[in-house]
Ligand binder design. Sequence first.
Ligand code: IVH
Length: 665
Amino acid sequence: MSQQRILELRSILDRLAYEYYVLDQPSMSDQEYDRYYQELVALEYEFPQYRDPNSITQRVGGVVLDAFTKVEHKRTMLSLGNAFNLEDLHAFDERVREVVPNARYVVELKIDGLAMSLIYRDGRFVQALTRGDGVVGEDVTHNVKTIPSIPMHIPLQGEVEVRGEVYMPNASFQMLNEEREKNGEELFANPRNAAAGSIRQLDSSVAAKRKLDAFWYYFVNAQEYDIHSHEEALQKMSEMHLRVNPLRKVCERIDEVWQFIEEITEQRNDLPYAIDGMVIKVDDLDAQNRLGSTVKVPRWAIAYKFPAEEVITKLLDIVVTVGRTGRITPNAVLEPVRVAGTTVSAAQLHNEDMIKEKDIRIHDDVVVRKAGDIIPEVVRPLLERRNDTQAVYHFPTHCPICGSELVRFPEEAAHYCINQDCPARVVESMIHFASRDAMDIDTLGDKKVEFFHKQGFLNTIEDIYCLKEHRQELIDLEGFKEKSVDKLLDAIEDSKQNPLEDLIYGLGIRQVGKKAAKVLAKHFLSMDALMAANEEELVAIKDIGQITAECITAFFHEPKNMELIAHLKGYGLRMDTEAEQIQESSFSGKTIVLTGTLTQMTRNDAKALLESLGANVSGSVSKKTDLVIYGEAAGSKLTKANSLGVMTMDEDTFMKEVNGNEQET
Ligand code: IVH
């Protein structure tokens, strides 16, 4: 009896949530809703045997994870190719019509949030995954469950995967930022960052408070349910109570598509959520399959991106900042202005040449926009508005922080402060060392580095590893507690085991980015060998150029840097890496191309496996290719291989060969 009532209440409340959050047409008052809700809470409390993680009472948050679990997507989560104008759309249309002459399109809004995949099993919501790199995403089920418009049950058996966009409505975004401002917290730059920040929370009560919502735009395995077109799939999702955006249009031709784009562009600023473009999709699902995908994007869809919004404001001043490599960046100080959803008061100017080329002067009226809708930039000055109040900008000759003379290296546009002890450089280099892509000491962010520097605890990178000697003093600092200090010190200790490439990158050698650091670690296998390398040896490495080689040798010639490495070694940081074990195999020395969808492992895993077997994996087929390994729905690469007479092998045979190879060794 009580079980029956519990089920009944759940179904009433699910229905009400759907009416309220999806249809925006509640059929009952809030008080009535609350009565049902309280009755359910009481019954679930009394009869714990009938509790259900998918009950509406379990959505409110409160799940706290230690870390996000990485989960491989069953089917790669693709991104979209971009179109910026009508011409690009015509080109897309032509490509489509070569394969599908009578194609029809569905045109949708491109919601500016973060992509999400939902999995339902036998009608029950079981998992929500972020896109991640498209192959592996993160399980954020606990947070996504707090979004009230997402149904916990759907009327379909089997495994259903739908994808869409989780976003923060403009009103929630504004409220959130107002509250953060009041609390002296850092503001989110735009609703997308706010949504992403909310989903990347280990504690789901944070996401629950953030008032997120979602639109669903892709029924991944629709064809298993006898659905033949995208429009049909959207309708089916809608019937299943998934929130589908009604602002869409089925179009036969590109000029119709363009007309709809123009219509939406007009309404864009009146929408209650941010969109950054439109998405054009081939409607017929069989046609989509025939068109297939490249590694990253489907050939059956494209994103039209709105041009960046441009506004006019006054350039009040130009100031320079000093980066970790000593690089000087000029920044425009602007009269605050709203652009693409946020107030902008500064913009990067890159370097002296750019200021000269654009002839940007202090007190100019300038056109400003956000590159990629994020980073503000000065597009150009309005020459026609010039009067005699503008002043030509003279690039500084000396570092604004330490006063030493700035240097401009041949063939480089930037100026540098080459004083290694420049306080600005010291702080920036420590921030870089601890950053995610380098040593990933996640509890040691910009603010903490700056603060500890001011307090005298951090003056060089190696000081990071001496912080533990100041444990008590740190705990005594305002705003710090024993637990947070210990967490920080533990993270620092853990970082000692990081791979060599992270350390090389973390050192902040000029020109040595993430990729070069990896190449160097792989080639030299130890810090000692890298330090001993001369320019010739370095240039001989694929991917390392002359300038990078010079920067590396210059860095390791500096006694200070040699001392730093010696100290880090003394603190127990990992200074070497093991050579990858290359097994001799029938694939050794061969140039191999992977194509199509592999079912037994991801493309990346297959690539790594082949490389460990001594093969060279390439992205394109040519006469030099020795072998093409193909999975399901392989397309042009396989055709090309056949036409060139290149040997091909299907996935099963490949797996058998690999197992054979393993048994031999
Ligand atoms: S379709 C294979 N439709 O835009 C299907 N994407 O720039 C791929 N997005 O990663 C996605 N609104 O996160 C699609 N109506 C819409 C969309 C949409 C927003 C996002 C999505 C995608 C990104 C690509």
